[in-house]
Write a protein that binds this ligand. Structure first.
Ligand SMILES: C[S@@+](CC[C@H](N)C(=O)[O-])C[C@H]1O[C@@H](n2cnc3c(N)ncnc32)[C@H](O)[C@@H]1O
Length: 229
């Protein structure tokens, strides 16, 4: 028989009570540590790009050292910065955005990662902000369906491309349950744009489809070149 404490509980029961409380605390602590680890991982991973996708971008856009490449609608700049080694110091990457918060994110990423060949450009819905005939290649990743004036942007993109320049449009088909991004043409029936509609709009604006590349995450990836300068 174990000793009883002042509350009539045996010392053994008291001991196991303490152990139980300790176990609960330990469990809670482990959950907190795991949760913290998961959130930190998600935050770091959220700022990263998939290396395989970057290699595919370089391959499909045929990027060489010395090239000038624009990432139009660069978001937080993760792809623009990831592409910077592929053009080297003799080349240049333009990272354009219309959103002031994203522009800040791109600038701090460029500074944080110490890249010297990325130029941040503020554009708007009618103007990419890119110089005429500046680019060997232009990337639009999940941006085209956000254009409020697609035809004006196509004119701008055509002007920014050099004679043999490549334009890669990565996008996804329409999600009818997701709301249409504000300001975009009503002909779009949700969030995204079908491949067929995109190709027909691009053709009308003097672009020719030269490649329909396989892509990841359910996106399509179409390469265009300019037919009418
Ligand atoms: C879904 S995000 C994609 C960001 C980035 N390209 C990526 O793949 O991570 C779409 C971006 O396009 C930008 N955007 C919308 N209209 C634009 C325009 N006319 N010119 C440049 N960027 C635009 C938005 O501000 C937004 O950051």
């Amino acid at each position: 028989m174990g000793r009883k404490n002042q509350f009539g509980e045996s010392a053994d029961l008291g001991q196991s009570g303490i152990e139980e409380r300790d176990m609960k605390k330990m469990g809670l602590l482990s959950i907190l540590i795991l949760g913290f680890g998961f959130v930190s991982y998600a935050l770091v991973q959220g700022g990263r790009v998939d290396g395989a996708e970057v290699r595919r971008l370089i391959e499909v856009l045929r990027i060489d050292p010395g090239d000038v490449v624009a990432d139009v609608g660069a978001g937080d700049g993760r792809f623009a910065v990831a592409l910077s080694p592929s053009v080297g110091e003799s080349g240049q990457i333009y990272a354009t955005e219309v959103d002031t918060n994203d522009l800040k994110k791109i600038r701090s990423r460029v500074e944080r990662e110490g890249v010297t060949n990325v130029t941040v450009v503020q554009g708007d819905q009618n103007d990419t902000g890119l110089p005429d005939a500046c680019c060997d290649a232009i990337l639009l990743r999940r941006v085209y369906h956000h254009f409020q004036n697609p035809q004006l942007m196509q004119d701008e993109l055509r002007a920014a491309l050099r004679a043999d320049g490549r334009l890669l449009v990565i996008d996804f088909g329409t999600h009818r349950r997701w709301s249409r991004p504000s300001g975009i043409p009503e002909s779009r029936e949700g969030h995204g744009i079908s491949k067929e509609m995109l190709v027909s709009e691009m053709k009308l604006s003097g672009f020719e489809l030269v490649d329909d590349a396989k892509w990841t995450n359910g996106d399509y990836a179409l390469v265009f070149r300019v037919t009418v300068h």
